[in-house]
Design a protein around this ligand. Structure first.
Ligand code: NAP
Length: 459
């Protein structure tokens, strides 16, 4: 079902028709046709279009942010922040794309050679609901700069966000087929990967959906990028600045109502300061004002859907049944909507759900360890490898720890976060490939070698 359901009330607001196979086929044909022209455009033309889209996004910020909050429940102030971040990412690629994609001159033994970055064609992006604008632009903007065209299958629960993004491109007078929204269900999406007109695919979302897309991409020999889940650690060492650390711990766990792939999910404190940290952290979480995400006084809104809230409450219950202790919360909040109380679990051991699974909601897992090495070992005892944070006043010590944690991103004295000029992505079951920064623009590019030799040069 492609629907807007307000998670603050669990009431259905608007439903959309799924596209028929025939309609999807026509959209794919248009994207392919658009590619034949778009690949011939100059970087300047591509950048101008992207700047227009970014400007329109900023002009419509208030309206777009309200749509985000309505559909997936993030606090309105955070939705506005997402629009600013998304517009910045679009501008970033418009400003720097040409330099990132410039010919790379090589120095062969004889003759000359360059590596030229060429576009590859129409790409399929499959995106989640948790950052409905940001997730899309971090894939679409660099690839439009490359000269590729975009088919976007968004999460079924954010259809109005999905349609708004397509509309921004229309209003910016993008050629038809350059950016196309596909209203289709997740179930139908993997089958699209086999379409010969689609040259590459990326998915941000769960491991299950990622595996489904990657299986099809493998079968049909297509490039795939996967940005999947995480179980990021937040390590607190004895020399951390406790007041600031606790403030960042709250942001790291509760931002986006606890639904960030890079949220701090496992809090690991060394013995010396564990009691102080947990008392302050618990105190702050217990005072969070839970309520309507449109209300500026609210500090914690609903989860994205009733189904998501039921799932997180079930993960907590299964963990408690297996021996975990609830330090705070632990239940659905006592009000209508997809709410969950701010929760802290401890006494977590291998075999308990919260030890292994990603808790995509306002639930912190708390661990006490003997020392730094035990914190590193625990951090690495996870199938995920997305991000990690280390809090210490000794930056060199933080960097040495960063070297030993098996993840894609380590932040020292900050929760894992994102900006246009920093690469984003994970390792292990958190996926592969990178988005953002210069790295992100090279994922769906043919790095073409052009070699010039003299007729009498050796073979
Ligand atoms: P999800 O169920 O995997 O949905 C993500 C997208 O995949 C949606 O568009 C969904 O469509 C589609 N989909 C679902 N099943 C599919 C299938 N079998 N084949 C192809 N596409 C399919 O993920 P979610 O639960 O909504 O999102 C939360 C997850 O995303 C968390 O694990 C989070 O950590 C991860 N995430 C990762 C990053 C990162 O950068 N690493 C960023 C954000 C989120 P429908 O909506 O129609 O089902």
């Amino acid at each position: 079902m492609i629907q807007t359901i307000n998670p603050n009330t669990n009431k259905t607001v608007k439903s959309f028709e799924e596209m028929t196979e025939k309609a999807v086929d026509a959209k794919v044909a248009k994207a392919q046709e658009a590619f034949t022209n778009w690949k011939e455009t100059s970087y300047e033309e591509r950048a101008n279009l992207l700047h227009k889209v970014a400007t329109l996004m900023r002009v419509k910020k208030s309206q777009l942010a309200k749509t985000i909050t309505l559909e997936m429940g993030k606090l309105l102030s955070q939705a506005e922040g997402e629009i600013d971040l998304s517009a910045n990412i679009i501008d970033y690629y418009a400003d720097h794309g040409e330099a990132f994609l410039a010919d790379n001159a090589l120095d062969p033994e004889f003759g000359s050679a360059i590596i030229r970055s060429s576009p590859i064609g129409a790409l399929l992006g499959v995106m989640p609901w948790n950052f409905p604008f940001y997730q899309v632009v971090r894939f679409a903007a660099p690839n439009i700069m490359v000269g590729n065209t975009i088919l976007l299958k968004h999460a079924s629960m954010v259809p109005q966000c999905a349609a708004s993004i397509e509309q921004l491109f229309e209003e910016a007078e993008a050629p038809e087929g350059l950016y196309t929204n596909l209203f289709i269900s997740g179930k139908r999406t993997s089958a699209l990967v086999s379409d010969k007109r689609i040259k590459g695919v990326t998915l941000t979302g769960s491991e299950k959906a990622g595996a489904s897309i990657a299986t099809e991409a493998g079968k049909h020999l297509k490039k795939v990028v996967l940005e999947l889940g995480g179980n990021d650690v937040f390590i607190i060492l004895e020399d951390a600045d406790m007041e600031k650390t606790v403030e960042w711990a709250v942001v790291g766990r509760m931002n986006n109502n606890g639904q960030c792939c890079v949220a701090s999910k496992r809090f690991i404190a060394v013995e010396a300061i564990a009691a102080t940290f947990i008392q302050k952290f618990k105190d702050k979480l217990s005072k969070m004002k839970v309520g309507d995400p449109m209300d500026s006084a609210t500090e914690l809104g609903p989860l994205s859907s009733e189904e998501a809230a039921v799932h997180v409450a079930d993960q907590v219950k299964r963990s408690v049944d297996a021996g975990a202790t609830v330090l705070l919360g632990g239940k659905r909040a006592n009000r209508e909507g997809a709410f969950m109380e701010p929760t802290i679990l401890t006494n977590l051991k291998p075999g308990i759900a919260a030890y292994h699974e990603e808790l995509f909601g306002p639930v912190a897992s708390f661990y006490v360890v003997k020392d730094e090495q035990a914190a590193i070992d625990l951090a690495n005892d996870s199938d995920f490898g997305l991000g990690a944070s280390v809090f210490t006043q000794d930056i060199e010590r933080g960097k040495k720890i960063a070297d030993q944690i098996d993840v894609g991103m380590v932040f020292i004295n900050h929760p894992t976060w994102t900006q246009a000029d920093l690469p984003f992505g994970g390792t292990k079951r958190s996926g592969f490939g990178r988005e953002l920064s210069e790295l992100g623009i090279h994922e769906f590019v043919n790095k073409k070698l052009i070699r010039v030799s003299g007729l009498n040069d050796p073979f």
